[in-house]
Design a protein around this ligand. Sequence first.
Ligand SMILES: *Cc1c(COP(=O)(O)O)cnc(C)c1O
Length: 369
Amino acid sequence: MSLADRVKPYIRSLAPYVPGKPIEELERELGITGSIKLASNENPLGPSPRAVEAMRRAAAEIHRYPDGASFVLRAALSKRLGVTGDQLVFGAGADEILELIAKTLMGEGDEVVYAWPSFAMYPIVVQGMGAQGVAVPLTRDLVHDLDAMLAAITKRTRVVMVCNPNNPTGTSVGREAFDRFVKALPADVVLAVDEAYYEFVRRPDFPDAVALTRSRPGTVVLRTFSKIYGLAGIRIGYGICDRELASYLERARHPFNVNRLAEVAALAALDDEEHFRRTREVNATGARYLEAELARLGIETWPTDANFLLAKTGADVYEALLRVGVIVRPMKGFGLADHVRISIGLPEENERFVKALEELLARRRGGKP
Ligand SMILES: *Cc1c(COP(=O)(O)O)cnc(C)c1O
């Protein structure tokens, strides 16, 4: 029996996650320098300086295991969110919370409903447990089709994922539609609301999913320090759950999954209101700028509540931008072949992207490839 035959068939057939192209890789391939990356929804301002300082101080202690209970961070977050400490589960990024949900609730014969296009990790974690993903197309406006998601629920459905705001479209679901959906959702289906971009939301009627964790058993809200807090490289995120679900996810969690530096960095970043405020401001200004400039170029975009923008730029724009040192995210793998997703950067990065795109479109209109 070959090794491949012994590997679980649903692992063998998994299509791995394709991350945004690293700057170093592009520059190595093309022999260029000075590239910019607007591809992974990272914080263009970098991490909070307070987080960096906290990690520096903690570095001398890394011979010690971390506090597996994340006592200090748990206390700070529970106070801030208005939930009890035992409603929180920490992970190496929100990705690990997804893994814990999968490990705890999904197996062969189970179904998991999610929208599509949505976060690329959903099909991976679901298939990784041998469960069946049920991908429900977004509406024509590229918003979650919550009615169709309800209709897709069967006796086998264990979990329904709602990515709000949705990656890679930036679109969001409002309170009224969300509340109606929750009312109609069978009580025995776990609801996972992925709010990785919560802190960037602009719409005033955004749903209060955290409140649900106090009233609906089988609810989990995912949040992360990777996006607005600028800590993607140190890996920390969390789930806010009803207490019973939290107790099961805790059983599935490895005791030292959140490292010592991540915990102190998260704690310091939470306290850095100035960095948080500036990030939101740079993002909102950048979003308005890119929306206006892309409209000027005749390119369709979708309203965003996140730190990125989906744009219908036409085919092969991703590759052409790479050649001039601008990395965005291709959407081919999501069935949106002539779209790209642009992470909102610093003003000079956004301008460089617009200039590169404008030149590219002008060349194409001129008849050259
Ligand atoms: C970035 C992202 C995450 C997870 O990020 P982590 O770095 O693992 O915390 C989860 N969901 C969505 C929709 C994301 O875009």
